[in-house]
Structure formats: structure tokens, C-alpha cells
Design a protein around this ligand. Structure first.
Ligand SMILES: [Zn+2]
Length: 432
């Protein structure tokens, strides 16, 4: 490497010295920097390709118009063929490329600009354009800025989910109306297929569908655990449902599997529940927004619903401090619910299948508390303990985890949901 003293240059002006300030070290890119840099190049080139593809399409249309051809459809077909042949890709891929170029250049130039600066990846850009194209035009302007902010800050998988939630939220103003309309189409469809089999489909509100499926799964799992049971979980679910539909009972179930009711978490802003905030949005875990009228019904005493109000509510054990290592079930459930997935960067393993990790290890004095517990899948749990990563829960963040890699880079993982903020009043017993 060339050091500053080797550089042959004009002599410095009087009274000044060439060279770096004392202690300054020329930054040398490491292996991760080099990969990141090539990723940035791909983004810049992708943006440029979109501009050129759109320009090619326009040129072809203009050229055809000059020659008196008016059939836009035929010309676009021809452009697609040309592009596929020139790039050695399928016509299907070429068609997708043209459609994406059209969307980004003509409808979402702000997204294309960010891609051109390598602020997002090509995947982010195409996901964003597809999502915006999928909503009613009146919502697009309101979505663009927050959606772009998400794209710039989140890995693509998380971004896709957050974007869907954002779209749902923005469209929620028309949710009640859309739901009412869709509800009218509820039905059961019988579809006979080969091998003496048939499908029975039910089109019903998502809340009931999820609740029913969870109940079938819970009962099937109990059956699966019995000695000698050889049926798969899929087969057991089908058998339990069949019994319920045909006889209305599940006599084949052992007593401990009867009467199981599904538990679904519904999050409702407390003020909206009382009718004080008409714009409040209720969401159901794994489903998305539901009409507020349904949420009121669900929270109005029906059992089997874990109510998580986004408002201080007492009663949930948030910490058992150093009293015990294993979190009590309610706390464990809240930790998993908050994160939804393993809290390693980009990991999509559901929290239900994760281990609960004391972020600050128990043997280093870490408490068993909401502020020190997070779900990690087995693989990432191992990486945390043996992989030279530093992992911390960011104080006051509501469960965000900061991962510091062996090369010193920081990755922040935000939990899926916010837990209510709890305050301890003077006369309440201390949490631990
Ligand atoms: Zn993981």
C-alpha cells in the first residue's frame, strides 16, 4: 500500500506540511465492505437498466407512430420479444422488467431515485412498486413516503411484511365497508377431484378461520402425542374436522383434548374500544386489521381471546427478576407475541418455535424480565453464545435488539409489536 510519504507531489506551501494528521489511518475496506459495495453497484445498475428499458419502449412506440402504426399492444409485444432476445431472458421476465420500468419511471420516480443512489435494493424497489400498484390510486400518495422510509431501513423480508401492514392500515378506513361486502359472499364449496377425494372449502371471516384452524391444530397435537398414534398432523386435523362436521362431536378425542378453544391475540387501541377514537384500528395476530365492530364483539367477554390493549393495563407479570430462571407462561407468551419471530437480523422462524434467551445472561445477573428476554431460534441462539457477536436489548425501545457483528457492524432488529407501557404506581407492589 502507498503511504503518504511515498507520494511524489509538489512541495507544500510555506509553513504547511503535507500528510495526514497524526494518528490518522487510511480506512481500508474489509471483506464485508467489498460485498456491500458490489450490492450498491447492482442497485445503481438496476436503476439505470429500468431507465433504459423504459426509454426503449418509448422509442419503439414513437417510431411506430411515425410509421403510422397505431396498435400499441402489438408494438409492446414486439418490444418484449426484442428485450427477451437481446438479454437472453424469457419473454415472461422481459414483460415483468418492462412493467417494473414503466411503474418506477412513470409512476414512482422517487423510488427509482433512491434505487439509483443504492439506498434500497432492486427487490425493495419492485416489492414497493407492486404494492403501490395494488392499492386504490387515492391511497398511493399517502403510502409512498412512509413505504419508502421502511424500504430504506429494513431487510427485504421484514420490509415486505411491514409494507403489507402499512397498506392494510391505510386502507383500513374502508375496511368495514369492504368486509361487509365480502361477508355477503361467505359460502361452502364442494370440489370433487380424482382418486375418490374431494375438497371442502369454506369462505369465512379470517378471525373465525384462524380460530378454527388453531383449535383443530391444538386437538390434533394432543392426539399425535398419544402412544401408537401414526397419523400425521395434517391427517389428524382432517379427521377431527370430519368428526365435527359429520357428528358434531369429537368422541374419538381423549377428555383432555375436548373443549379446547382457540386463543387469538387481538390488539385494540383502548380509546377506540370505548368509541372515543373512531379511526382506531384493531388488528388480530397473524390476520391483520379487522373491523372495529368485530373487535368490540371479540373483546366484550368472549373467552379465549388474549386481549392486549395498547394502553396501560395491569395484571401481566412483566418481570420475576432474579427469583426464577424460567419466565412464567404469561410473560413467555408476551415476549413471543411481541417479537413474533426470532429476533436475529432477517430471521423468520416463528417465535413459538424459538427458545427464550436472557439477553444479559442469567449467570451474569440478567433478570427474567420483559426487558431482558427475547426469542431466538436454536441456530441464532448458538451464534449469540459462541459467534463473537454482541447482543443487547436497547433500553426503552420496547424490545429492540442491537446485534454487533465480529467486524463491528450494528444491526438493529425491531420487534413486530409494541407492548403496552406499564407504570408502577406508588401503592402497587414492586414488580419483583
Ligand atoms: Zn433465528
Amino acid at each position: 500500500m502507498t503511504s503518504f510519504s511515498d507520494v511524489d507531489d509538489d512541495p507544500p506551501p510555506d509553513g504547511e506540511e503535507w500528510g495526514a494528521p497524526e494518528g490518522w489511518v487510511c480506512p481500508v475496506p474489509d471483506a464485508v465492505d467489498l460485498v456491500v459495495e458490489s450490492g450498491a453497484m447492482l442497485a445503481v445498475f438496476a436503476a439505470e437498466q429500468y431507465r433504459r428499458v423504459e426509454w426503449m419502449r418509448r422509442e419503439a412506440l414513437a417510431d411506430a407512430a411515425r410509421h403510422g402504426y397505431q396498435l400499441t399492444e402489438v408494438i409492446e409485444r414486439s418490444v418484449r420479444l426484442e428485450l427477451a432476445a437481446a438479454l437472453s431472458i424469457t419473454e415472461y421476465s422481459a414483460g415483468a422488467l418492462i412493467a417494473q420500468a414503466d411503474a418506477l419511471v412513470n409512476r414512482y420516480p422517487a423510488v427509482l431515485d433512491v434505487l439509483g443512489r443504492a439506498g434500497i435494493t432492486q427487490r425493495h424497489a419492485t416489492e414497493l412498486a407492486t404494492a403501490l400498484d395494488g392499492v386504490e390510486p387515492e391511497f398511493r400518495d399517502r403510502l409512498l413516503t412512509p413505504a419508502l422510509a421502511l424500504a430504506e431501513s429494513l431487510p427485504v423480508g421484514t420490509f415486505r411484511r411491514k409494507l403489507r401492514a402499512l397498506v392494510d392500515t391505510v386502507r383500513a378506513v374502508t375496511l368495514t365497508e369492504r368486509h361487509e361486502h365480502a361477508l355477503g359472499a361467505r359460502r361452502v364449496v364442494l370440489e370433487t377431484v380424482e382418486d375418490g377425494m374431494a375438497w371442502l372449502h369454506q369462505y369465512l371471516p379470517a378471525v373465525e378461520a384462524h380460530a378454527g384452524y388453531s383449535r383443530l391444530t391444538a386437538q390434533a397435537k394432543i392426539l399425535a402425542a398419544r402412544p401408537g398414534e401414526t397419523r400425521t398432523l395434517d391427517q389428524l386435523r382432517a379427521d377431527v374436522l370430519g368428526d365435527l362436521l359429520i357428528d358434531g362431536v369429537t368422541d374419538t378425542l381423549p377428555p383432555d383434548a375436548r373443549g379446547i378453544r382457540a386463543t387469538v391475540a387481538v390488539t385494540v387501541p383502548a380509546l377506540a374500544l370505548q368509541g372515543a377514537d373512531p379511526d382506531g384500528i384493531a388488528t388480530v395476530e397473524g390476520i391483520g386489521p379487522i373491523p372495529m365492530s368485530r373487535a368490540r364483539e371479540l373483546c366484550g367477554g368472549a373467552h379465549g381471546w388474549m386481549r392486549v390493549l395498547t394502553h396501560p393495563e395491569t395484571g401481566i407479570v412483566l418481570s420475576v427478576g432474579r427469583k426464577r430462571y424460567r419466565p412464567p407462561p404469561q410473560l413467555a407468551r408476551l415476549v413471543r407475541w411481541r417479537a413474533e419471530n426470532c429476533m436475529a437480523p432477517g430471521c423468520r422462524i416463528p417465535a413459538a418455535r424459538c427458545e427464550l434467551d436472557h439477553t444479559l445472561a442469567w449467570h451474569h445477573g440478567g433478570p427474567t424480565a420483559l426487558t431482558n428476554l427475547t426469542p431466538l431460534c436454536t441456530g441464532h441462539h448458538t451464534v449469540k453464545h459462541h459467534g463473537r457477536w454482541r447482543v443487547e436489548q436497547i433500553e426503552g425501545s420496547g424490545g429492540a435488539i442491537l446485534w454487533t457483528s465480529p467486524t463491528g457492524r450494528h444491526y438493529r432488529v425491531q420487534p413486530e409489536r409494541h407492548t403496552p407501557t406499564f407504570t408502577t404506581t406508588a401503592d402497587a407492589p414492586p414488580p419483583f
